[in-house]
Ligand binder design. Structure first.
Ligand code: NVA
Length: 376
């Protein structure tokens, strides 16, 4: 027998637009999961240098412009496929981008580069209501990344979605501070405090992963890849239906908000103990509980070229009760269980090596949600 909650959900499924998502937690119905096939190590330029640590620079110097080593690709690809299988088992429709060889080089009037990958749809796409926005990302290696998603975008457009591409940056030299000094963590802290990043304000740029969604309120950070003009574009584009708030964290190297500040459900946000938020009062005043993540368990020798161990916070919420957490992050399992979640463990550390976890490698296309306010 259907409970009233159940029948309400089935009824709303019938009327939902194909693309429909307003937050990070409502019941997930359809998702894009990225892939590592065709991935290329980005060439070592100022933007890569600014987002990686000196101990890893050899990797980009050695492999930059070449396909990722097969021994890294294969286990990551297997874990991604298994993740898709788990999602399907939980009733979620999974879509994948096209396979593209990102090691082809390209030249625009402003620069030359090779590509990166279609592994992290969260960086390039954001869904706000029935609109899917392609972000104007800042890395030259990501200029043509949208090509891997065009088949899907056309399909969603034909089924009624609103499809927007933000103004494509020129990515000429003026967008970057080539003298950005970043030899030490202290340098980075000092520069981040001063609001100085490797991207300038020459033209708008942002990565969609610097945005997190709570219904009418969106929270964005200025980062190495998202500038103030990019945030202005987003605010102007969305208009009065949404409020775009800028958050700042004590973070020496901000890039992508989803291992720093993760809304879990209405009234509950997960924060990073190493990256306190300067505007946390916005949440406290709105009556939200603020919980702090427990320490990651990733061993120090795990190959992580583009991100931190805080990928343990980069979880995927299937609904306000179910969350996908990395299999070996046991303290995080306990933490989520104490918050009343059912934890679905999935092995994902080989994907970490490509710079992201469950939230990064996905873009939720449809959740059973509507535009709401959560007290802000
Ligand atoms: N750049 C951040 C976020 C990654 C999703 C980190 O490395 O923690």
């Amino acid at each position: 027998m259907l409970t009233s909650e159940h029948s309400k959900r089935l009824a709303s499924t019938k009327t939902l637009p194909i693309v429909n998502s307003y937050n990070e937690w409502d019941t997930l119905q359809e998702i894009i999961v990225g892939r590592v096939e065709g991935a290329c190590v980005p060439q070592f330029d100022a933007t890569i240098k600014a987002n990686t640590y000196p101990k890893n620079w050899w990797f980009f110097q050695k492999y930059g412009g070449r396909p990722y080593p097969q021994e890294l690709l294969e286990p990551a690809s297997k874990q991604l496929n298994e993740f898709c299988r788990v999602l399907e088992g939980e009733g979620v429709t999974v879509r994948r981008p096209d396979i593209i060889d990102f090691s082809s080089s390209y030249k625009t009037p402003d620069f030359e580069a090779t590509g990166l990958y279609a592994a992290m749809p969260r960086d390039i796409l954001t869904v706000i209501g029935n609109e899917i926005i392609e972000a104007p990302m800042a890395w030259r290696a990501r200029f043509f990344e949208y090509r891997a998603y065009r088949s899907l975008m056309k399909e969603y457009l034909k089924q009624g979605a609103k499809w927007t591409t933000a103004p494509k940056p020129l990515m000429s030299d003026e967008l970057y501070d080539f003298d950005y000094p970043i030899e030490t963590v202290e340098d980075r802290h000092e520069l981040a405090e001063l609001g100085r990043f490797v991207t300038t304000e020459f033209e708008p740029c942002f990565d969609a992963a610097d945005i997190t969604r709570c219904g009418r309120d969106l929270f964005v950070q200025r980062s190495q890849v998202t500038n103030k003009l990019g945030i202005t574009w987003l605010r102007n584009h969305l208009g009065d239906r949404f409020r775009v708030h800028t958050l700042k964290f004590q973070d020496p190297n901000p890039m992508h908000i989803d291992a720093t500040f993760v809304p879990l459900r209405p009234g509950l946000v997960l924060t990073n103990p190493d990256r306190p938020c300067y505007q946390i009062d916005i949440f406290k005043k709105a009556g939200w509980d603020v919980v702090t993540a427990v320490q990651p368990t990733l061993p120090d020798n795990w190959p992580l070229y583009m991100s931190s161990k805080w990928l343990c916070m980069n979880i995927l919420i299937l609904d306000p009760k179910r969350v996908i957490v990395e299999k070996d992050e046991e303290p995080m399992h306990k933490f989520f269980k104490n918050l009343g979640f059912e934890v679905i463990p999935v092995a994902f550390r080989h994907v970490y090596t490509f710079g992201g976890s469950f939230h990064c490698v996905t873009c939720d296309i449809r959740r059973d949600s509507q535009l709401e306010e959560y007290g802000f």
